[in-house]
Design a protein around this ligand. Structure first.
Ligand code: SF4
Length: 359
């Protein structure tokens, strides 16, 4: 029997075709819908969804609307509003949020659906329906090599490299957690590919006040996060890494890791960290964002890494230009705290040439 997801299930995976079919009819005359109280209520939900997506959070449990229909409409409308805002970073955050959301519900619901597992494997019928629509072919714990290679192409995590995988008779072994991760990545790529939508000008004009509200909220949030970071208080090792980056030096893995973890630990958000990496001449936004989100625990591993201590930095050759504060600390984060707490001293005046005495 063909499995048909329930309305609630569809609302958790609103990008599925079955979820989108009724929306097309509902949005057929979007302009008219937006001018009704119901339309305004849906825009409120869509704006809330974008705002939620724009704030980085750890272990976030997604909010859900009262009805599956409104949930699906809010998803679709959020993509329309984000297309009108047309900010690349905001769109990236929205698509990442949607893929994380799907990941959350899939893990949650597959456990709940465990009574409906396939006879020959450990997959729920919900997983099979989603994987099928996303074009993911998987049998038991194996995936054909070509499919696997295509799926992991945007990922830069070493553990997904084919060379590090078990490959037998044209199949790659994939464990349960990895297939969730691969599905999340497929959702992200698929949703990102379709944005921004080409939204009719009149619709964007109708949504302009809400788009402005989102831009302002996003800007404020970025400023709040950046405001407290003081680059002048960075320890010499971190300053050296940033200088090397700007000079086009290809940082070693420990170098990138230490820099990213440090910036994240002091409260800089992923966009801010990526902005620092943008000083590098060979900056690659996709690759950088992936690495940064992985290290900062937003890449699905839920593992947040901490800056290595000074002893480890010495081992990897990253402890350079030590100064007098270094003598008192054993961790770059302690250095930062100490230096930030010091009263700001005016820059020392340039030494002046001694005046010639009057003869
Ligand atoms: S002693 Fe610690 S804080 Fe100072 S440069 Fe070395 S690693 Fe950085």
């Amino acid at each position: 029997m063909v499995f048909v997801p329930s309305g609630k299930e569809l609302s958790h995976f609103p990008f599925l075709k079955k979820a989108q079919e009724p929306i097309r009819a509902r949005f057929a005359s979007l302009g008219s819908l937006l001018s009704t109280p119901k339309g305004q209520a849906l825009v409120d939900l869509a704006v809330a969804r974008i705002k939620e997506a724009s704030v980085p959070r750890k272990n976030h449990v997604p909010a859900v609307c009262d009805t599956p229909e409104d949930e699906i409409a809010a998803y679709a409308l959020a993509r329309i509003v984000a297309s009108c805002v047309n900010d690349r970073q905001l769109i990236d955050r929205l698509t990442r949020y949607e893929s994380e959301r799907a990941y959350y519900f899939l893990v949650d619901e597959e456990e709940w659906n465990s009574g409906y597992m396939q006879e020959d494997g450990e997959y729920s019928r919900l997983w099979m329906a989603i994987a099928d629509e996303l074009g993911i072919r998987i049998e038991k714990d194996r995936m054909p090599v070509p499919d696997y290679v295509e799926l992991v192409a945007p990922l830069h995590d070493d553990r997904f490299r084919l060379i590090n995988r078990r490959v037998e008779q044209g199949f790659v072994t994939v464990n349960k957690n990895e297939r969730y991760e691969l599905l999340r990545e497929r959702v992200r790529v698929m949703l990102r590919r379709d944005l921004p939508h080409r939204v009719p000008k009149e619709i964007c004009e109708q949504l302009a006040p809400r788009a402005a509200e989102i831009k302002a909220a996003y800007q404020e949030q970025m400023l709040r996060q950046f405001g407290k970071v003081e680059e002048g208080a960075f320890p010499p090792c971190i300053q050296a890494l940033i200088t090397a980056l700007a000079a086009g030096v290809n940082l070693t893995h420990p170098g990138r890791f230490s820099l990213t973890a440090f910036l994240h630990n002091i409260g800089m958000d992923t966009s801010g960290i990526a902005a620092l990496y943008a000083r590098s001449p060979d900056f690659d936004i996709e690759k950088t964002m992936y690495q940064v989100e992985h290290i900062t625990g937003r890449g699905g591993t839920s593992t947040e890494y901490t800056t290595p201590a000074c002893a480890a930095m010495q081992t990897t050759g990253l402890c350079v230009h030590r100064d007098h504060i270094c003598e008192k600390v054993s961790h770059p984060l302690s250095y930062y705290k100490v230096k930030k707490s010091l009263p700001h001293k005016p820059a020392p005046a340039k030494p002046q040439a001694p005046k010639k005495e009057a003869e």
